[in-house]
Write a protein that binds this ligand. Structure first.
Ligand SMILES: NC(=O)c1ccc[n+]([C@@H]2O[C@H](COP(=O)([O-])OP(=O)(O)OC[C@H]3O[C@@H](n4cnc5c(N)ncnc54)[C@H](O)[C@@H]3O)[C@@H](O)[C@H]2O)c1
Length: 381
């Protein structure tokens, strides 16, 4: 099949810039999609880093001015991989210029800003996707399939954790590459927007909308040096957040995230308990789906550990042979494959900006609940 070229402008050469570049490079090797991404230009703050990145990944040019990427008529797609406070301005400009857009999560700093982004992309009618990549871990996609098939029956409980330990030291600064996450002006919030947004997106995808929340947050280290000013400044992010919630289907949710769980680097786990069966998953063992089926004969009934590598399991027919694993980076390849397929068929891949707005509203309600110490109803997207 002759593939149509899709000229990509990448905004950001950091962690996500690398995962997205890798996905563009790999997608045609493994997925039969009608587009061939062409890496045209990369933007980043530092010229020498942008130049090296362009050389390493095969971008034809580089720039330290993202506006130039949007203004370039040769660019079809804008891929946003910069700190959260830059998403809105770039996405709105890209939509006005008629480009398709992939935007990293969380969509924006807050709900009102995300609403403006949704309005802009819907008005322009451009293809859009927000990079909640954990949906596309094969075991996580399989969990969604099992729920949709009704195998769990009525769902009672959804619990998820996302635990890290890398900001315990008060010497970790705020602002700058990677540590912009600790600067509330750049990040919008702490673990709520950074980590819980993933858990919330997956949870609502699997178990439906979240209606109301009751949360608590804490900032354990209250002052940190700011990389950009060199001064010790107040820390405005939530270092830890725990919330309970009610889903629209009457099930109860429990979510916890922190960067102060000594011993945990990126422990994202969820467990879903239904009337007929339960499911559990752990990012550190991402190919395994734990499954308990109450209809099994009692003398052999127990938690099964399903190794999600067979060809009839989500995405796995595109990779190696049963029993052999894939990894984190493949979730981004799946994401771009689904996006390109949707682009050709006029069927958008999920989650759209509007779906990500729903996650943003839950994050807003969580932060408001923690601040006011009361239950909050979540706005509907
Ligand atoms: N989907 C995921 O699992 C996942 C994982 C990590 C990050 N993210 C999201 O991706 C986006 C980018 O995160 P990242 O980890 O790639 O960031 P990073 O710090 O690794 O890279 C940041 C990029 O933004 C540019 N930049 C422009 N202005 C900046 C400033 N004032 N401070 C810092 N960098 C600046 C840098 O040059 C660099 O190219 C964020 O929205 C983040 O939430 C998503």
């Amino acid at each position: 099949m002759t593939k149509k070229k899709l000229n990509v402008g990448l905004i950001g050469y950091g962690f996500m810039g690398r995962t997205h570049s890798n996905a563009y490079c790999q997608v045609n090797h493994f997925f039969d999609v009608p587009y061939k991404p062409v890496l045209q230009v990369v933007y980043g703050l530092e010229e020498n880093v942008a130049k090296d990145f362009a050389g390493q990944w095969g971008y034809k040019s580089y720039t330290t001015d993202w506006h130039k990427v949007i203004e370039d008529d040769n660019i079809d797609q804008i891929d946003i991989c910069v700190p959260n406070n830059m998403h809105a301005e770039i996405a709105i400009a890209a939509a006005k210029a008629g480009k398709s857009i992939i935007c990293e999560k969380p969509l924006a700093l807050n709900g009102p800003q995300a609403e403006k982004m949704v309005e802009a992309i819907e008005k322009a009618g451009v293809a859009n996707l927000v990079s909640f990549n954990y949906r596309r871990v094969p075991a996580v996609t399989l969990a969604k399939m099992l729920i949709d098939e009704g195998r769990l029956g009525k769902i009672f409980h959804y619990r998820a954790n996302f635990l890290q330990d890398w900001t315990i030291s008060a010497n970790v600064p705020q602002g700058g590459m990677a540590t912009w996450r600790l600067d509330v002006k750049a990040a919008g919030s702490g673990v709520t927007g950074d980590l819980l947004a993933h858990c919330i997106d997956t949870a609502m995808w699997q178990n439906g909308r979240i209606d109301s929340v009751c949360a608590m947050t804490e900032t354990f280290v209250k002052k940190r040096m700011h990389v950009e000013t060199g001064k010790i400044e107040d820390v405005g992010i939530d270092d830890a957040c725990t919330f309970m919630c009610r889903f629209g289907n009457e099930s109860l949710g429990n979510f916890e995230s922190t960067r102060y769980a000594r011993g945990h680097k990126a422990l994202y786990t969820f467990e879903i308990n239904g009337e007929k069966a339960s499911i559990a998953w752990d990012l550190h063992d991402l190919h395994r789906l734990s499954y308990f089926d109450h209809s099994d004969e009692s003398i052999v009934r127990g938690w099964r550990s399903v190794h999600v590598t067979d060809g009839d399991m989500p995405y796995m027919d595109k990779w190696w042979v049963p029993g052999l694993q894939i990894g984190y980076e493949h979730t981004f390849i799946h994401q771009i494959a689904d996006f390109l397929k949707g682009l050709a068929e006029g069927k958008p891949a999920s989650p759209s900006f509007r779906e990500a707005l729903a996650t943003q509203y839950v994050c807003d309600a969580v932060l408001a609940s923690a601040k006011d110490k009361e239950w909050k109803t979540v706005k509907k997207a």
